[in-house]
Every structure is written in structure tokens, then in C-alpha cells.
Design a protein. Structure first.
Length: 199
């Protein structure tokens, strides 16, 4: 069983590196994280990241997708667990994350005299705003820009394939219906694009 889980993580990480990770594979990673959490009395124990790195990923996840009202953010949806498990399945994935987290912790003390997680929220946001845009690419910011592009993609993928993210989308698939009606907007859209549209 353990080797099968390890194989799933390794294959999922390889697919993510190629930009070809399916929603089904992402949901397997979430399921594995939930099982790990349950086995550890409800507290996920990181496999690839040390406590400081995991705390940084947790903060990043909530900065990328903040909690809003009763909706959880990236961290509450399990993005840190998802990312840690993916890193545990691939040395290359771990290198990307460890390198990016190290870049953040190298830049923050230079700018704010604190690590990323110890910096003030406004300082964290300021640094992320700098690396959020390719127009700010310099030899100093380039590695951060490339990492943050990767981090945003993974947090968003992790969020929207989690149960919380699926709920946030309002997805209602796999639900029995007595009557199915195609929405009029869909019919109008299809007719307007049809080559047989009446003049």
C-alpha cells in the first residue's frame, strides 16, 4: 500500500512538473493528505519541508488565496499539505520549492530585517507584489518571479481541487435531477455561433 501511495505521489509530481496534472490526480493527493492527517490525530506532519518551510508555504497559500468570510483560504483548503506531499514525491519539485522559499528568506532580511513569515503582512504583500509581475524582472528578482509564478499555480490548483475549492466553485455535478433543462443562455449562445443561424 505504501509503495502504491509513493508511486501516485511520484507520478503526480512528474505530471505537475510537465504541466499535465489531472484533477483526478490532484484529488488523489488531497485524499492522501487527509489520510496522513487522520493517522496523525488531525495534525499533518510535513514529509519534505522542515517546520519553518512548511509555515512559509502555509502563509503563502493564504496570501495567494485569502480566507474570505466563512470560506477558507489556500491554507485551510489543504494547499500546504498538497505541496509538501508533491515535494515528497519528487526531488525536482522539492528543489523548486526549497529554492523559492530560500529566495524569500534571503530577500526579506535584506529589505525588512525579518524572514518572510516574521515580516509584517504589509511587507509580505509588498515583496509578493514585486515578484508578481514579469515587468519587474531583474537579476535579483528573476528567481523570485519564476518561483512565485509556480507557487501561485500550485496553490490555485490545490485549492480548486480540494473539497473547499469545489464548493467555492458551486459545482453541482454527480447530483440526480428529475428534469434537465438546458439554460436558455446556452441555447442562444449555440445558435448564435451556428453556421445555420437564421438571418
Amino acid at each position: 500500500m505504501e509503495s502504491t501511495r509513493r508511486a501516485i505521489l511520484r507520478n503526480a509530481a512528474a505530471a505537475a512538473l510537465l504541466g499535465q496534472l489531472s484533477a483526478e490526480a490532484m484529488q488523489h493527493v488531497h485524499q492522501h493528505a487527509a489520510e496522513e492527517k487522520k493517522a496523525a490525530s488531525g495534525v499533518y506532519k510535513p514529509k519534505a519541508l522542515n517546520p519553518h518551510e512548511y509555515q512559509t508555504v502555509t502563509r503563502l497559500a493564504d496570501l495567494i488565496i485569502p480566507p474570505e468570510g466563512s470560506e477558507v483560504g489556500g491554507a485551510g483548503a489543504g494547499a500546504p499539505e498538497f505541496i509538501d506531499l508533491m515535494c515528497s514525491g519528487s526531488d525536482r519539485m522539492a528543489q523548486i520549492w526549497l529554492g523559492g522559499l530560500a529566495w524569500l528568506d534571503d530577500q526579506c532580511p535584506k529589505r525588512y530585517e525579518a524572514t518572510f513569515v516574521a515580516a509584517k503582512p504589509a511587507q509580505q504583500a509588498e515583496l509578493l507584489d514585486l515578484i508578481a509581475y514579469r515587468r519587474n524582472d531583474t537579476p535579483e528578482t528573476g528567481p523570485g518571479i519564476r518561483f512565485f509564478e509556480w507557487a501561485r499555480r500550485m496553490v490555485v490548483d490545490a485549492y480548486f481541487t480540494s473539497p473547499a475549492g469545489v464548493r467555492a466553485l458551486g459545482y453541482k455535478g454527480n447530483v440526480g435531477m428529475q428534469v434537465f433543462q438546458v439554460p436558455q443562455e446556452a441555447i442562444t449562445y449555440a445558435i448564435n455561433r451556428s453556421p445555420f443561424k437564421e438571418g
